[in-house]
Design a protein. Structure first.
Length: 321
């Protein structure tokens, strides 16, 4: 049977995305507020021990313990604590939020959406419930709804960069490649996620792109992607990631050139260069060989290094020397 092509967008890691949602601030009136403020960040296992030894076991401490257990992968214990809280305080919005997060982590997406919808009704102006509902809609396959929630968050509060990544994911999954690229490129330079967004924009332009010979929009995307890779040098893109990204761009360009059949030896346009390589089969093969040899030098292990050298040799064009 034919093999299905890989999905254009990788499925979101729902538990990780759920635990990356905003964490509600601790109620300053909670009797354990001072204790919780003094907790230093530590591994979930150590945090669980510290929370179990807390002088009090108020709502905030128990909620923190649920989260720590979810992070630690102890879902059964987390849900047991949460169930007790739910029976005692079913209308406490902090408990409802925690229920939504736990439901996402454990794959109960419909109940997660119900919990976050209740929070949204209570706090319609807040970005966090809209972000959570966007994630719920995305994992439920409701891409239009997900896009609208993510768009609302990103348009009103650009500090939620995860909304930009979410919006780009659902736009790409819906076939709106240009919209995904625009969203990723709207992340400002001042953001610590600027580099990641630009790397994602390069990949969104080119991933699983099929282009017929002479497809000028594809050439425009190749040129734009190459320009972004070069520009990222100024933003501290590490050498290994740069070379991997360069190899992706050059590989896409080579695939496009080879689609031109008998014209592969002729440059697409006179003297055009892509990441230092001529835009013809020979130039791109040399560029790919260079990129993979650089990656081999940077590889941490011998086995990976050998694989990268072999890949470089496969791309190397035939020469007399």
């Amino acid at each position: 049977p034919p093999v299905s092509p890989p999905a254009l967008v990788r499925p979101v890691d729902t538990p990780a995305a759920a635990l990356a949602l905003p964490v509600p601030l601790v109620d300053p009136n909670d009797p354990d507020a001072g204790f919780l403020a003094g907790l230093s960040a530590s591994a979930p296992g150590e945090l669980i021990s510290a929370l179990e030894a807390a002088p009090g076991q108020g709502v905030e401490t128990r909620l923190r313990r649920v989260r720590a257990r979810l992070e630690h992968g102890d879902r059964e214990a987390a849900l047991a604590t949460l169930a007790r809280l739910d029976r005692e305080r079913p209308d406490d919005w902090r408990v409802v939020w925690c229920r939504g997060v736990a439901s996402l982590v454990t794959g109960d997406f419909e109940n997660a959406a119900l919990a976050f919808d209740a929070i949204y009704d209570a706090f319609p102006g807040e970005a966090a419930p809209k972000l959570a509902l966007g994630l719920c809609a995305e994992v439920l396959g409701q891409l239009d709804n997900a896009a609208e929630y993510y768009r609302l968050v990103w348009a009103t509060d650009p500090s939620f960069v995860s909304a930009a990544f979410g919006l780009a994911r659902v736009r790409l999954a819906s076939g709106d490649r240009a919209g995904a690229v625009r969203t990723l490129e709207s992340v400002p330079e001042s953001s610590i996620h600027y580099t990641a967004a630009r790397v994602a924009a390069v990949r969104a332009r080119l991933r699983q792109r099929t282009a017929a010979a002479g497809d000028v929009p594809f050439l425009d995307d190749l040129t734009a992607a190459a320009g972004q890779v070069e520009a990222l040098d100024a933003y501290g893109l590490d050498p290994a990631r740069r070379e991997r990204l360069s190899a992706e761009v050059l590989g896409c360009a080579l695939d496009w050139i080879l689609s031109r059949g008998q014209d592969t030896a002729r440059p697409v346009t006179g003297g055009q260069v892509l990441l230092g390589s001529g835009l013809d089969e020979r130039g791109l093969r040399f560029g790919l060989e260079r990129a993979y040899r650089t990656l081999a030098r940077l590889a941490p292990g011998g086995e990976e290094r050998i694989e990268l050298v072999e890949r470089a040799n496969r791309y190397r064009p035939r020469t007399w020397v």
